[in-house]
Design a protein around this ligand. Structure first.
Ligand SMILES: Cc1cc2nc3c(=O)[nH]c(=O)nc-3n(C[C@H](O)[C@H](O)[C@H](O)COP(=O)(O)OP(=O)(O)OC[C@H]3O[C@@H](n4cnc5c(N)ncnc54)[C@H](O)[C@@H]3O)c2cc1C
Length: 382
């Protein structure tokens, strides 16, 4: 077994670590306080080739592997979770549907500008009444005179309303299948479609600098060719996207935990009580040791899932385990990082305060902890 990263993987991780440390971290507190979307950082990530990292060069990407992508997300999220999710959602939710299910023309038209980072795109699965039960979609699309007429609402859609957003890919019911169940298909809905509107960004507990909106479709008419993939294959296609997305979200969780550990370690060495640095107290040393142990474990799980994906193995179980475990690790690590900061950890000028708020969504987004356990149990054959 070889645990060494390749030269390319190491170089990408190093590049992202420097960029995140020098350009993202200094901005994180202000962006959070002002709920300010990081347009300039998105432009820089595009320049660095991160916005299309795992896609082939012929489609505007950097042709890197999933391990490199996971390392990149970790390093960015280590500095700021909002910038991390903006990148991760762009790659794994916004762009991947075109890469996996798009026609050659759709790839050229949408994936190329997305991979170059010239455009962002939303992934519209969740609805007000259909969250964990994603198959409970109520949005409908009806084919009339060569156009799909879409009606419905989507909730909590990331990157769906920025100035760079070109549209959102959605699930919608297009009829009933042979067993009488709803037939669900995927559609490409460009931003300028009449009848398609976006709410203001939600006021959120965390990920404040990321863009999350409710979408509304009222007789929104799109061309017939905006069907993405096979008619009736829409739910399966989106669930496949979420399998890969779990590696992304797990990497985000590990990155956030790494950032909280960095802060806690530095603070423990600096803060003096009872005449010595608090890092000299065994109680604090044990917390830091446990934090590092859990981060290392979670990171290995994420990289294993990414490696399995890169090597054409079945990675679904590992990705689910990694997503669940990393989310829980991020909660424990961030909680202890605040504890090590004492009262200062409760103050907004300390990054761990923001990290504490940013953490919670890691256990909710792209499959809650409960749903993740259901997925794992199902994969066990239970
Ligand atoms: C900031 C943010 C960004 C997001 N971005 C996107 C996006 O880009 N695209 C998108 O499509 N969605 C997005 N989501 C939606 C996210 O994926 C959902 O919030 C998540 O899947 C949970 O759905 P829900 O919120 O409706 O909760 P519910 O499904 O209503 O769950 C409520 C509670 O019930 C539990 N529960 C539900 N079913 C079961 C069960 N069978 N067994 C046991 N417990 C159960 C859940 O675990 C949870 O604790 C985003 C959400 C947020 C908050």
């Amino acid at each position: 077994m070889d645990f060494d990263l390749t030269d390319e993987q190491r170089a990408i991780a190093g590049l992202c670590r420097e960029f995140a440390r020098d350009e993202v971290k200094p901005r994180a507190e202000e962006m959070d306080a002002k709920a300010q979307f990081p347009y300039d950082l998105v432009a820089k990530m595009a320049e660095l080739g991160l916005m299309g990292l795992p896609f082939p060069e012929e489609y505007g990407g950097a042709g890197a592997d999933t391990v490199s992508y996971a390392l990149a997300v970790m390093e960015i999220a280590r500095a700021d979770a909002s910038t991390g999710i903006t990148l991760a959602a762009h790659v794994s939710l916004g762009s991947t549907p075109f890469y996996l299910f798009g026609t050659e023309e759709q790839k050229r038209r949408y994936l190329v500008p997305l991979a170059r980072g010239e455009m962002l795109w939303g992934f519209g699965l969740t609805e007000p009444q259909a969250g964990s039960d994603a198959g409970g979609t109520r949005t409908r699309a009806e084919l009339r005179e060569g156009r799909w007429i879409v009606n419905g609402t989507k909730a909590f859609i990331t990157n769906s309303g920025t100035e760079l957003t070109g549209g959102t890919t959605i699930t919608a019911i297009t009829g009933t299948d042979a067993k009488g169940r709803p037939e669900i298909s995927n559609f490409i809905v460009p931003q300028d479609t009449p009848g398609f509107t976006r709410s203001k960004t939600y006021r959120k507990m965390g990920w404040k600098a990321s863009d999350t909106r409710e979408l509304s479709f009222v007789d929104a008419a799109i061309p017939e060719e905006n069907l993405l993939g096979r008619r009736g294959g829409g739910l399966k296609q989106f669930l496949t996207i979420l399998d890969g997305g779990r590696i992304s979200v797990a990497a985000l969780s590990v990155g956030l935990a790494m950032g909280a550990y960095d802060e806690a370690l530095a603070y423990a060495k600096d803060r003096h009580q009872f005449g010595q640095a608090i890092s000299k107290f065994q109680a604090i040393q044990f917390k830091l040791a446990d934090m590092l142990m859990e981060i290392e474990h979670a990171k290995l799980m994420v990289l294993k899932a990414a490696w399995e994906k890169d090597n054409g193995r079945d990675y679904v179980m590992t990705a689910s385990l990694a997503k669940l475990y990393s989310g829980e690790v991020s909660r424990r690590v961030v909680n202890e990082a605040v504890q090590i900061h004492g009262g200062y950890g409760f103050m907004d000028e300390y990054p761990v305060s923001r990290m504490y708020r940013d953490q919670k969504i890691n256990e909710i987004g792209e499959g809650t902890n409960e749903v993740q356990r259901l997925v794992i149990a199902r994969l066990m054959g239970l």
